[in-house]
Design a protein around this ligand. Structure first.
Ligand SMILES: N[C@@H](CCC(=O)N[C@@H](CS)C(=O)NCC(=O)O)C(=O)O
Length: 198
């Protein structure tokens, strides 16, 4: 598998997932600051010109959450996803999808200082709803699926981690802060994230 990556990017999350799964992969550094996501060769892999991307044989997976879900599904023996078709998957999918579809757009809107948006039309509603969602979805202890650490923690916990380190989450509750501390203590997290980030 080829992992198109840069350590100072969301690809740190997919690198973390690959390490959690203990999967051998080829790390291909993409220097986006030097325009390497703009080349014809890279756009053939991801027309979005974004990293991360994972290429597994003739399959291309883009979007950090999709890559994490793919790795968890490809290696079920690693226990990084609930068993397929079980009721637990409903909860698991929610944690995989909420960050990219709802939380990230809200953080972007906040970062850009956008205010005059129609909360009933935009997918993230408004910041209050998103903060309440983060609070409600963050586990009191262990991981989002209970004792089992899964790809959902990499995606949801990884998003909260970025939100804290970049100051998007201005006043995290103790519950959120301690979940992010647990995330940051994981050996695979530490191996994949630059300590200067937080
Ligand atoms: N929705 C994408 C976002 C990926 C993304 O924004 N990647 C940034 C780095 S964190 C990037 O590739 N930027 C380079 C560019 O836009 O040229 C995902 O979740 O993978």
């Amino acid at each position: 598998m080829k992992h198109y990556y840069n350590p100072m990017s969301r690809a740190a999350t997919t690198h973390w997932m690959l390490l959690e799964a203990g999967v051998a992969h080829e790390q291909i550094l993409v220097d986006f600051a030097q325009g390497e996501t703009e080349t014809t060769a890279y756009r053939a892999i991801n027309p979005m010109g974004k990293i991360p991307a994972l290429v597994d044989g003739d399959i291309v997976i883009t979007e950090a959450a999709a890559i994490c879900a793919y790795i968890a599904d490809k290696y079920p023996e690693k226990g990084l996803a609930p068993a397929h078709g079980t009721a637990k998957c409903g909860k698991y999918y929610r944690y995989l999808f909420v960050p990219g579809t709802t939380l990230e757009p809200m953080f972007t809107a906040e970062m850009l200082g956008l205010q005059d948006y129609p909360a009933q039309s935009v997918g993230f509603g408004d910041i209050e709803r998103c903060l309440a969602t983060i609070e409600a979805m963050t586990p009191e202890s262990n991981w989002v699926m209970g004792d089992q650490f899964t790809a959902a923690d990499v995606v949801f916990g990884g998003t909260l981690n970025f939100a804290m380190q970049f100051g998007w989450l201005k006043e995290p509750s103790e519950k959120v802060a301690s979940y992010v501390r647990r995330i940051r203590e994981r050996p695979a997290y530490r191996q994949s994230h630059d300590p200067s980030w937080h």
